[in-house]
Design a protein around this ligand. Structure first.
Ligand SMILES: Cc1cc2nc3c(=O)[nH]c(=O)nc-3n(C[C@H](O)[C@H](O)[C@H](O)COP(=O)(O)OP(=O)(O)OC[C@H]3O[C@@H](n4cnc5c(N)ncnc54)[C@H](O)[C@@H]3O)c2cc1C
Length: 385
């Protein structure tokens, strides 16, 4: 059998790849010592994101034993808007907004502190199956591994190079960061806004306003999601103009469009029919698929790490690297169940076949007692149960 340079190679040093490494260090130290992470950039590296980490993300960090001890913005109110209707859920610490580059850099440092090898500035350019494993090619050289974890994001090279089957499943997002006054009501009241008005205009997503700190200064992280979950032929509605809707929304918020930089990046959403594994290959995080409802991916990416490590430990114990059971394991796991719930809600809401129902829903949610609102937040896995 071909000699391997590593037992495990993780492609991508984002939350999915780093959490996989941290779970390995915790649960399979003998394998962690023979693991290498290949990351094309150097931490702290820019990553387009809203930076919102929910209670579910905080739970993953506790499981990993990592404390992200950096300045963060604490959100105490979640405001949901649909056209002229809105309702607010008050929950102290409902979310924390991080500077994403800093968040990932702390996770990366934890990986290095646990002695796991990471090569930064080393991009995977190709990979091919060989007897008993995978051969990976980077600009710096070649590696051979028994197991490859594709944690290389929404534009995954691993998925693309292996032509892994996928159904349409990529959401489009735009984002801009602007400084704000600390007197800005959204900032001062520690409110995160989820504005679904774009659904009424054929965009299957929402516009967010997340208050945050950049280098200690008050800022607003604003963006828009178009999940593209429902093909527009099936939705029987014209596709809304994402950029136009976003710029109009920013104008309504008095954002200086000449100064604002609009950036875009996709998110792959979880599709139970997609291909998640091949012999010797597992996908995780955005490369596999995350949440289409809010495009929440940080917490899910980290939880993928737990499922990947369970799967890898089993494979080494049984000397069986076909990974045939990975999809079933994902679907059966807390992670898969949460993602399937988000997909189901998104399919109904973003189809928006019954606008009257949703308008009534928003009206009732606004007058519902706080306990009911909190249950709603918990049902969407935005708040703890
Ligand atoms: C605009 C926007 C806003 C978002 N807001 C939120 C939010 O508020 N909260 C939330 O939870 N989620 C949010 N998300 C989703 C979240 O950012 C992703 O789901 C999350 O980053 C997925 O983590 P990951 O580790 O799978 O992938 P990534 O974080 O994308 O990490 C992949 C890593 O792989 C590296 N890489 C890529 N290709 C290669 C290669 N060929 N070789 C080596 N390395 C490679 C990249 O440099 C990167 O470091 C947002 C996404 C976008 C686009």
């Amino acid at each position: 059998m071909t000699e391997m340079t590593h037992q495990i190679i993780i492609v991508g040093g984002g939350p999915a790849g780093l959490a996989t490494a941290l779970f390995l260090a915790q649960q399979a130290p003998e394998l962690a010592g023979q693991t290498l992470i290949l990351e094309s950039k150097q931490h702290p590296r820019p990553k387009l994101c809203g930076g919102g980490v929910t209670f579910h993300g905080a739970a993953q960090l506790r499981r990993l034993g990592v404390e992200i001890d950096v300045p963060t913005f604490r959100v105490n109110n979640l405001l949901f808007r649909l056209g002229r209707r809105s309702f607010k859920i008050r929950h102290s610490g409902a979310m924390h907004i991080y500077e994403r580059a800093v968040f990932d850099a702390v996770l990366a440092q934890a990986v290095i502190d646990r002695g796991i090898a990471m090569h930064t500035h080393e991009q995977l350019v190709d990979l091919r199956m060989i007897e008993g494993g995978v051969e990976l090619t980077t600009a710096a050289g070649q590696y051979r591994a028994r197991v490859v974890v594709g944690a290389d994001g929404a534009n995954s090279t691993v998925r693309r190079k292996l032509r892994m089957f996928n159904t349409p499943g990529v959401a489009r997002l735009l984002r801009t960061m602007t400084p704000v006054s600390p007197e800005n009501p959204t900032w001062a009241e520690q409110t995160a806004i989820f504005d679904f008005t774009c659904v009424l205009h054929g965009i299957q997503g929402y516009m967010w306003d997340f208050p945050c700190l950049i280098d200690g200064a008050p800022h607003m992280n604003r963006g828009i999601l178009d999940s593209r979950l429902i093909p527009h032929t099936a939705a029987k509605r014209a596709h809304g103009m994402l950029k136009q809707f976003f710029t109009e929304g920013l104008q309504d918020r008095q954002v200086d469009l000449d100064a604002a930089v609009l950036e875009g990046h996709p998110v792959r959403w979880f599709n139970a029919d997609a291909e998640f594994a091949r012999p010797h290959i597992l996908l995780a995080g955005d490369a596999a698929g995350v949440d289409p409802l809010f495009a929440e991916g940080i917490s899910y990416a980290m939880e993928y790490g737990a499922v990947v490590v369970e799967t890898i430990r089993d494979a080494f114990a049984r000397d069986d690297f076909t990974f045939q059971g990975y999809r079933a394991r994902l679907l059966d796991h807390h992670l898969g169940r949460l993602l399937m719930r988000r997909v189901m809600v998104a399919r109904h809401f973003y189809r928006h076949q019954f606008p009257g129902f949703w308008s009534l829903f928003w009206q009732l949610a606004a007058v519902a007692p706080r306990s009911v609102q909190n249950k709603f937040g918990a049902a969407l896995a935005l708040l703890p149960p």
